[in-house]
Design a binder for this molecule. Structure first.
Ligand code: NDP
Length: 264
């Protein structure tokens, strides 16, 4: 008999975009350890295959599918391959994303479009591709990794912030549209997380300011009242909680994992 307090996803099938590194990799492994079969997707196939092999070590099925989520045709093909390989998906984690920064005054157009495309429009494409079977089967969990930049503004990241605010609007709107279909739609909003994305943020800070690596890292740590970077596993733990059957009453929410910097 299943203990209702246990975190279990036995019999569930999940897909994680951007599942090859950082937060997405941790989420994919956490879902698999809880008993789900997990497909991972990103652009670089060898990175994905390494994660899929790790998932298979847990005894769950896995698939690695290369896909640029900014391209709607590739997204449709990826969804078809995932559904053919694993079956219809119960849990969709929209995690693929990218950060970029620039002063607003001479902000390049291409950076603006790139940020909206990878952080916002891709979530529209991927969710649209996986939603129909969830509606038919009257069960689904759609979880998007947003950011505290979904809730507050910060200097030099206007495009990233606009894209992450947008993804929260999409989350809330879709949550209300899907309430009667027993599908929940939520966002997780991390502060700075210790991932390859943050490593490249640190390199940018070093290049722009001349700070040492330790100083640049400390500057990011200080943005959290806990004076530290969040671990990817902390974001995975919240995602795992939202994927549970017992989280069916939680929808349209945006849960911060940022050490207490943002409290709404
Ligand atoms: P990483 O850069 O460490 O990993 C990003 C993942 O997304 C990789 O698997 C990458 O693989 C994939 N990816 C990037 N671009 C695309 C694309 N066009 N199509 C498909 N896959 C893509 O990032 P994090 O783990 O740090 O971030 C994950 C999410 O969390 C992002 O949405 C980010 O905005 C959000 N976040 C991160 C924070 C942080 O401090 N790190 C803080 C708040 C939110 P590949 O390059 O092979 O495609």
């Amino acid at each position: 008999m299943t203990n209702s307090n246990q975190l279990t996803l036995a019999g569930r099938r999940a897909v994680v975009t951007g599942g090859s590194k950082g937060i997405g990799r941790s989420i994919a492994l956490a879902l698999a350890k809880a008993g789900a079969d997990v497909a991972v997707s990103a652009r670089n196939l060898p990175d994905l295959e390494a994660v899929a092999a790790k998932i298979q070590e847990t005894g769950q099925r896995s698939l690695a599918i290369a896909c640029d989520v900014t391209d709607p045709e590739q997204v449709q093909q990826m969804a078809a391959a995932v559904i053919e390989g694993l079956g219809e998906i119960d849990i969709l984690v929209n995690n693929a994303g990218n950060a970029g920064s620039h002063k607003f005054l001479n902000h390049p157009d291409d950076l603006w479009h790139r940020m909206l495309s990878i952080n916002l429009t891709s979530v529209f494409y991927v969710t649209r591709a996986f939603l129909p079977p969830m509606i038919e089967r009257r069960w689904g969990r759609i979880i998007t990794i947003a950011s505290i930049a979904s809730k507050v503004g910060m200097p030099y990241i206007a495009a990233y912030t606009a894209s992450k605010h947008g993804v929260l609007g999409l989350t809330r709107s879709l949550a209300s549209e899907l309430i009667t279909h027993q599908i929940t739609v939520n966002a997780v909003c991390p502060g700075y997380v210790d991932t390859p994305m943050t490593d490249s943020n640190i390199s940018n800070i070093i290049n722009r300011t001349g700070l040492t690596e330790a100083q640049a890292r400390e500057a990011l740590e200080k943005t959290s009242p806990q004076n530290r970077l969040i671990e990817p596993e902390e974001v995975a733990a919240v995602t795992l909680m939202l994927a549970q059957e017992t989280s069916k009453g939680i929808t349209g929410q945006a849960i911060n994992v940022d050490g207490g910097g943002v409290m709404w």
